[in-house]
Design a binder for this molecule. Structure first.
Ligand code: A2P
Length: 339
């Protein structure tokens, strides 16, 4: 039962990782179509032991496709995902276009695989922070009642695409050479600096668009539509792994040992919590791996009731935050259909 699979945005930062995930994982890919803009048409990209040409995305690109991954931004998803569904494909959309559409499942397989059915042809892949955070939050929310969350993020360049990663490299080289550098992709000096996430600020709340996505999507994935969540999103000069400082308030006391024991069994989590060596999750360790690293698990001294746990996570933004999660959604769908 080999599948015909297409990747829209194949030449982008997430698209390239999607191709690697399709190579390395179990999804039975018979034919792979690589789609991008006219600028990239004809460019060769490797898949397994062959070279495949990139094709220009058009309305006719989806004939015969079983699964189409979209990773080329919300505008293109809105325009082309319905065409792919009409052509008979299931769409797994990495953009924000459909994430809050109540008819579209928003899925992190470790957290809410049960939300996959029913679907009407489109499944949304969450915001990278929400995906990484919920891998650790969902198992805790299954064990205990979570009553409040606070997060601070340390977000990598990859979330803004391949061009932002290139810009971080170039800005760093210019800074070290003491040369002037003009930022074109991200709005502020990025080398040896950090800044509040560049998404637009909402006038009413003062939160930026990224923060509002994290709140709404985390609630949706956890099936807790009213969960109070505070979040501050920050871009840091890291290439491709996000980190998150989390405070989780429970209804009553939960010990750090209980949280550690719960997370030690949780799928997709790797505990990195070595206080003796002062060794905890770092983006350099999270880069290129599937698991979300979780550590610094301790009772939050900021809550006098003692019922809040603080922890620190790092996860690869391009993998669990995007491509890997999308491919895991496809794998979960295929194995559910086969059952
Ligand atoms: P291209 O490389 O041809 O511009 P990233 O998120 O890393 O910036 O990647 C964005 C992806 O979306 C790239 O693969 C890019 O292709 C693709 N893309 C951008 N604009 C279009 C378009 N008009 N049609 C198809 N693909 C597009």
């Amino acid at each position: 039962n080999a599948l015909v699979v297409a990747v829209v945005g194949a030449t982008g930062a997430v698209g390239r990782e999607l191709i690697r995930c399709l190579e390395n994982r179990k999804l039975p890919v018979g034919e792979l179509r690589l789609l991008a803009s006219a600028r990239s048409a004809g460019q060769l990209m490797s898949f397994r032991d062959t070279s495949l040409p990139v094709e220009e995305l058009t309305g006719d690109s989806f004939n015969g496709c079983d699964i189409v991954f979209f990773s080329a931004g919300a505008t293109l998803s809105r325009k082309y995902a319905p065409l792919a569904v009409r052509a008979g494909a299931v769409v797994i959309d990495n953009s924000s276009a459909y994430r809050m559409d109540s008819t579209v499942p928003l899925v992190v397989p470790e957290a809410n695989a049960n939300a996959l059915a029913p679907h009407a042809g489109i499944i949304a892949n969450p915001n990278c922070v929400a995906a990484i955070a919920t891998v650790a939050l969902a198992p805790l929310a299954q064990c205990w009642t979570v009553s409040r969350l606070n997060m601070v993020t340390y977000q990598s360049a990859s979330g803004a695409g391949a061009a932002a990663m290139d810009e971080l490299r170039a800005a760093t080289q210019a800074h070290l050479a003491n040369e002037p550098f003009e930022q074109k992709v991200l709005p502020h000096p990025y080398a040896f600096n950090l800044f509040s996430h560049n998404a637009e600020i909402d006038e009413e709340t003062g939160y930026n668009g990224e923060e509002l996505k994290v709140i709404a999507e985390t609630r949706r994935i956890l099936h807790m539509p009213k969960l109070p969540i505070g979040v501050t999103c920050v871009r840091v000069p890291v290439l491709r792994a996000h980190s998150i400082a989390l405070s989780i308030r429970f209804d009553g006391y939960v010990s750090p040992e209980q949280v550690r024991a719960c997370l030690a069994e949780a799928p997709g989590v790797r505990l990195v919590d070595d206080a003796a060596k002062n060794y905890f999750p770092m983006p350099s360790d999270a880069t290129g791996i599937d698991e979300v690293l979780v550590g610094r698990i301790r009772t939050d001294l900021g809550d006098p009731s003692g019922s809040t746990i603080a922890m620190f996570l790092s996860g690869d933004q391009l993998l669990k935050g995007a491509a890997l999660n999308a491919v895991q959604i496809a794998e979960t769908l295929i194995s559910a259909n086969a059952a």
